[in-house]
Design a protein around this ligand. Sequence first.
Ligand SMILES: [Zn+2]
Ligand SMILES: [Zn+2]
Ligand SMILES: [Zn+2]
Ligand SMILES: [Zn+2]
Ligand SMILES: [Zn+2]
Ligand SMILES: [Zn+2]
Ligand SMILES: [Zn+2]
Length: 1750
Amino acid sequence: MAADLEEEVQAIDKSLLECSAEEIAVKWLQANDLQKEVYQHLAYYVPKIYCRGPNPAPQREDMLAQHVLLGPMEWYLCGEDPAFGFPKLEQANKPSHLCGRVFKVGEPTYSCRDCAVDPTCVLCMECFLGSIHREHRYRMTTSGGGGFCDCGDTEAWKEGPYCQKHELNTSETAEEEDPLMQLPEDMVARAYNIFAITFKYAVDILTWEKENELPGLEMIEKSDTYYCMLFNDEVHTYEQVIYTLQKAVNCTQKEAIGFATTVDRDGRRSVRYGDFQYCDQAKSVIVRNTSRQTKPLKVQVMHSSIVAHQSFGLKLLTWLGSVIGYSDGLRRILCQVGLQEGPDGENSSLVDKLMLYDSKLWKGARNVYHQLFMSSLLMDLKYKKLFAIRFARNYERLQSDFMKDDHDREFSIADLSIQIFTVPSLARMLITEENLMTTIIKTFMDHLRHRDIQGRFQFERYTALQAFKFRRVQSLILDLKYVLISKPTEWSDDLRHKFLEGFDAFLELLKCMQGMDPVTRQVGQHIEMEPEWEAAFTLQMKLTLVISMMQDWCALDEKVLIEAYKKCLTVVMQCHSGFTDGEQPIVLSMCGHSVETIRYCVSQEKVSIHLPVSRLLAGLHVLLSKTEVAYKFPELLPLSELSPPMLIEHPLRCLVLCAQVHAGMWRRNGFSLVNQIYYYHNVKCRREMFDKDIVMLQTGVSMMDPNHFLMIMLSRFELYQIFSTPDYGKRFSAENTNKDVVQQNNTLIEEMLYLIIMIVGERFSPGIGQVNATDEIKREIIHQLSIRPMAHSELVKALPEDENRETGMESVIEEVACFKKPGLTGRGLYQLKPECARNFNLYFYHFSRAEQSKAEEAQRKLKRRNREDTALPPPALPPFCPLFASLVNILQSDVMLCIMGTILQWAVEHNGYAWSESMLQRVLHLLGMALQEEKQHLENLSEESVVTFTFTQKISRPGEAPNNSPSILAMLETLQNAPHLEVHKDMIRWILKTFNTIKKLRESSSTSPVAETEGNIMEESSRDKDKAERKRKAEIARLRREKIMAQMSEMQRHFINENKELFQQTLEELDTSTSGVHENRCPVISDAKLTALGPEQTRVAEHRQVVMCILCQEEQEVKVDSRAMVLAAFIQRSTVLSKNRNKIIPDPEKYDPLFMHPDLSCGTHTGSCGHIMHAHCWQRYFDAVQAKEQRRQQRFRVHTSYDVENGEFLCPLCECLSNTVIPLLPPSRALFNRLDFSVQPNLAQWIKTISQQIKALYLLRDEDCNSGNSEKMHQLQLPEGFRPGFKLKNPYSESIKEMLTTFGTATYKVGLKVHPNEEDPRVPIMCWGSCAYTIQTIERILADEDKPLFGHLPCRQDDCLTSLTRFAAAHWTVSSLSAVQGHFCTLLASLVPNEKNGNLPCILDIDMFHLLVSLVLSFPAIHCQDFSGVSLGTGDLHLFHLVTMAHIIQILLTSSTEENGMDQEDTNSEEEVAVLRLYKFLCQWTGSALKEISSGWHLWRNLKAGIMPFLRCSALFFHYLNGVPAPSEIQVNGTNQFEHLCSYLSLPNNLTCLFQENSEILNTLIESWCSNNEVKSYLEGKRHAISYARESNKLIDLPDDYSCLINQASNFSCPKSGGDKSRAPTLCLVCGTMLCSQSYCCQTELEGEDVGACTAHTYTCGSGVGIFLRVRECQVLFLAGKTKGCFYPPPYLDDYGETDQGLRRGNPLHLCKERFKKIQKLWQQHSITEEIAHAQEANQTLVGIDWQHL
Ligand SMILES: [Zn+2]
Ligand SMILES: [Zn+2]
Ligand SMILES: [Zn+2]
Ligand SMILES: [Zn+2]
Ligand SMILES: [Zn+2]
Ligand SMILES: [Zn+2]
Ligand SMILES: [Zn+2]
């Protein structure tokens, strides 16, 4: 069947290809009814091309469609071969000066914070780089797709609208020229024809709803072929869809994933092809399976012809888009065609049809036509306007469709509003001509129908569906914002009229919010259900900017402002109607004043936080003052209608509610109220909530008698009685009073005083005080920074943003703060300038309570440090604007004085009353404010004016009868010496001092006497100084103590993660100190030459090594026969040094690791934190961990940061991740050394002897398996002193032996990834390998950091290498002797061939250092049977020399010496001559294959450089093996390192001497090495080999500008799903591969599990460990194995020294080289896994992340 179909298809294809586009076009040109002709053509061919089988074949379809369908259209359009026609058009075209590039998902976009009219104006990367904004403050984001570059749009930019590229186009084009003029007339006609037909065809077929019929087309063949089409929705998850499909259409999971991915991307996909019944059956299964919980998936059975025509319809739209790209004229014609009204009148144009059908189209179709709109209608200035009008007229309908649609807004035509409304001229036009503002607001109100009886919004019991709809309807607020974002510079009467009409609608909206969600205090029982509050606040939050913008608009025109004010006032009065009705007013009287007010108690009646109408009025009132309208046109304002008590009533209730909540009176109302109060004050809402309530109080009070206001306030706070009735306060002191009630009252009094402070003190808004916007923002910043130094982003978060997302902070920050750059961790911080501290106001109204107390503490501390008194007096304030000037009188009003006096009296008679220190503190602050006020009045006194502010006089007067209380001043003097008020003394003293200053000021201006005696104060202050000094010292001592205590407890706690560096440092200090005490590491040795190995090895006296167990704290000496001590260690596979990342071990069970390839593709690294334990203590600890973990896993199935089943645990002291332990051993070599009594043989002799020994061993072994072969035994002459039967007694204690096996097995298990098997002969090989590899990594790190070889390793590494080397040297004692002997023989055979070992790697394929270590460490297995008197050291030395020689040959053979380039010195030293001779000698052996080199200088230089790493590694190795201290010369960097190394290693400085000294064997060896076939084929260029010195591996180079990476990633598409954009492009920092992470498409199977692209990549690239950069998130990802991972801060910082994880802030990011180096170092040091473990320990949520799917 399938084959048949295939054949049939091919036959059709062939016939189709015979079609001639030209001929068809000619036919069309002659046709009378073109539409009919074209339709017939399409009806016949489209079904033959599209939808020929179950799966689409896009390439074939495209090819055929171009040939048969589009080709003729192009011919027709051009009237000639389009291959000539289109280029001609393009040339003739005067290109637009608009860029209009449509953004791909993830593409970087740029906006200029200085010049963009609003944040939606963006540039593409190319335009940005060519624009002036590069040098400005810009913001970078990644596009979510859709939207286009605004380059060239003069309305979008205040400056620099063109980039260099698009600027060129502007000069030529006359603005208003009709682009049609550029086209020949006949072409214009043809274009109209063909565009009209094709566009209509596409629109008709896409909006077609019948299933068995086509619009205007005949069904040519009505076959029974259908598709079962699955559509996308936003309800079902990927998993649900995949699962359902597998069941319904019987496909594999992979196919199902494919279907689901396409459905998600394109919006639909056919999942079955066949006859109707077959498809219908699948449909019903899918519907049945998905209809249980939610609404079912949308599935439709469609005839294949319809699907075919729809596919082509989309293709046509794309084609139209590309054709109009050739010419602006064609574009205009298409716009005209699209907007032409059809026969059905209104809404019958093709564009209207598409728009109105939008929500019924699938995603893919929407994308295609939206793109066409963007490249046509929105690119043509004339038609953009016409389109905008169509869009505005359909606005209501489009929004309603969008509400019902479930697709995200980015897939809806409604989303185009951002492209239209943000163009200022269009927005203005739409407001005046289409009444857009009103339309938007009305549409919004229509969709929010839930109201209570008073007509207010009600969200109380709204359903999930309503919540969903509410979320969608919020986008309308966004539209309103776009419309308002650019403010008019000129007002026409029309605009005024339409704006005010919109304002009316807006007031209607706010009226529905005024008083919504009212609360009533719950008494007795706690509320049963938390009431819904979020919806109302969301609404408020979203509207905040709109409300602010409305005010901004009003501020621009006096007429508008006056009208708006009147309208708003009317609505406020409507809202308040009936507020004085009903009950009788009550009369309040105090201090001879009395006032009438209503009876109302916040704690008993309904109260609401939502008062947007009142708050808008408050805002407008301030504008009256700011714009001076209030002073210019008072007669036009309804000021006389204002009733101050009415104005303040609701805001005051709201503030009292906050106070009562704080006093704990509303506890039973639950969290919803607490949350509301929180948001009321929060930076996101406060500007149009809390702040405006304060303004409203200021407004009301400025028009009232302050005494009246204070009495009303007392009454609302329910405190009236306390202050109006003498001695009423005493009631609360009595024992019988409820403590809670006392507390409650105290808090209320404090809150009320705070409110007074705010009303009088908050004058930093322009219009209230005489300040400008800069002063306001400065003050905010000063107060934020008074709490502590802050990072840029923290400050931004603490400040309100305007509609352009600006806080205005940058303009003032330099004036108030200094910037401190970040270090390697942390971020840059702003610190308050010291001179700004005097502006600090403890009662700053935007402080939260926590912030206030933190700021207080910080400021007092600062003052103490500066040796000042600790008073925090109120700062001097700017004067009020005239409209608010009377507010200061509150301070000197009678009722205020009474309140202050009462509280002071409570403090004086402190035992008799309930009062609090906070209360007193606030009174003192108020007194301070009043004094500051008076002082300023006096200082600014002009000649003629009279001082009306006489606070000092009032507080000097004693109280009147009947109670005759002392004056406030007198009470202050009393309190000054009160012992219970120590903390406030400084403040009281400040008040008294200021009082005196004022007195003096008054004296100088008038003649009022001074009452105070100066001397008193002077004396006082000197006494205080002493006291202060003592206090300061005590404080310093306390701080130091605290610091130490803190450090100690930090050690014990999980402090590591926050202060890693400090912690590590401390640990290292600890380490040094313990080692220093117990073990004298570097015995002082005379200046004699130090030699690390060989018979001449420097003898070092043994030192006792005593160590302490971290678990039991017992000390023990490290000895051969005592209990084992162990170090916690972590073994891991590593590819850090790899030169070939693609190599993987195919079958670990059979792999032979004996020889390490020089590409070092996979090594085994061992690390340790250096913490020592008894082996048995560790065992017990580990068993406990294991048991605990098992219990835990049974219960919770949780992951931990370590994998116990794999032997992992955390070091009990430092929590460092470990998976085994290394035993501590004394230097081992000495144990096996015997007396060296004989003459030590030279290399040749030694090789001869060893070869004999080896031969003997082989013979003996053969004999073992083949006994009776005594003939050969006779041939065997055992070398002198060789006793092959001898068995050495193992010198180690049982416990040490056990640990040797434990660590050996662990190395084997991890290194090879196999099951542990202690008997396996490969165990010792792995141990030697790990020793060699670890030394190599450390040598590389030191070399890269340019550090000397010795003396700079941290103790933990030093300890680790010592133990590791000694362990590796001792491990043979627990392995099979014959196996180790066998290894030695094979290893040696690679250099000294024998007949037994064939097929060994050639010397080019052996890493010589690994070979050296293995040889030296396996050698004792043979040597222990040698009693000839040759020392072990001799053997070591000869082995070392032999390997060194081989390495020299290796280097010379692979050297890529270039003779040119380098200046060569003309020396011809001995070394150069010798190396040249050696090279020539090599040439002889290799024939002519070796490149000819004649410069000894170059060769020697090359050899030295090539062999250095090997020598350095060897020096480390022998140092740790034999314990000979390193000569001081190689502990520092300096010249002659080479010579010193050679000397330490017992090598001649002239390395080639090794060959001369051993000339007898030279020929044999070199011959055997060079005659190898592999070597030959290398020299003939047939294969590759590693050359030396190997370069260190680094992480990849990253670009300085982060947007380069974003751009790179946006061009990256998923490698598996043909050209799709990857959602989470992720860059491997090790090899530079870009991966498609965290997505179904790129999951692969690894060891039987599905893993994401990153995890899969780590297995080849990093042996399971990976370092990635998630480009979209700007986040580094560490992965280890399948279950472990963590995120790490990226090495990119903005100018403020902060990272931007998640790219939310959009500040330009640049590479911080130091931080990147730090990451690289983590990698090189193999600390990634450890880093992950620490991160996971610190943050348990990391453990739960599904790392393997990334
Ligand atoms: Zn651009
Ligand atoms: Zn441009
Ligand atoms: Zn700019
Ligand atoms: Zn112990
Ligand atoms: Zn540790
Ligand atoms: Zn992918
Ligand atoms: Zn990689």
